[in-house]
Design a protein around this ligand. Sequence first.
Ligand code: SAM
Length: 322
Amino acid sequence: MQDLYGREITYLRLSITDRCNLRCKYCNPEGSSNWLPHDEILSFEELVSICRAASMIGIKKIRLTGGEPLLRPDFVKLINLISEINTIEKICITTNGVLLEDFAYEIRKSGLRHINISLDTLKRDKFNYITGMDLFNKVWNGIQKVISEGFKPIKINTVIMSGINDDEILDIAGLTLDYPLNVRFIEYMPLGCRSKWDLDTVVSSQKIKEIVENTYGELTPVENSRLSGPAILYRIKNAKADIGFIAPITRHFCNICNRLRLTPEGRLRLCLFSDEEIDLKSILRSGGTQEDLRNAIEKGIIIKPARHALQQTKRHMSGIGG
Ligand code: SAM
């Protein structure tokens, strides 16, 4: 289905839990003492109903995210249930990697191959500083495990912040020379009422690209495929994987935004930066039909904002589904 601005909406990101096992400084540093109660969170059955209704109006790609999706008990069962929807062409997952060593084999068995792992540093002490947890080695082992299990593509999502991890741009870009790891540099965004965002901490994609090119030489542009994200892709000469730049701050891509988000408690979010949401859980729990769900999603697509206002949101990323 196209929205009012001619954008084909094909991508739904499901935040399947608000819980997380890291406390990233730029996301949800304090964690929460009041996670959503179990019955507030959509059940697998409800999530699948929404995916089915969304697929009827053209959603072809689904990403499981959170919070930390691997914390949701039995999440592989959800992957299997969504895989049964014929018109869904691609299912992916975004994880912090802490539990990947334990679950990589099971995830691969489900047929899911597309995995994004968030990693902002290659240093154990800095990982501890950014995430509040001493778990770098566990994440790194998880990454090695998904490589050996044959996941493809594997993407590493990195948020570069000035004075925090901008000294590691070359090392992180250099991963693409040694491993089949596609690096995505994402600009730091003002998400979450508790995160202390300021423009000076943002390192622009342009700046990161310059730093990479100064050492590794001119990057070769790579074409992005259908159903891929908004990253502008390049490759270092002789690299095994590509480097992508996602620039929501310095070069917004709202004109090609093809996505909707679903919060863990079943609210359809039309734009990352807009707190306007549609309550799909109420429809589900008041006996609504697939048709009712479909109509509500269609209504959401119609009011999807033309572009983001880059404002502080009420929710932090872990409650939206980054
Ligand atoms: N727990 C999973 C993970 O860490 O990948 C999934 C949820 S996490 C909220 C998804 C992504 O959002 C991560 O890659 C994280 O770096 C990104 N993120 C969170 N807050 C952000 C912010 N303020 N700016 C840019 N990216 C952010």
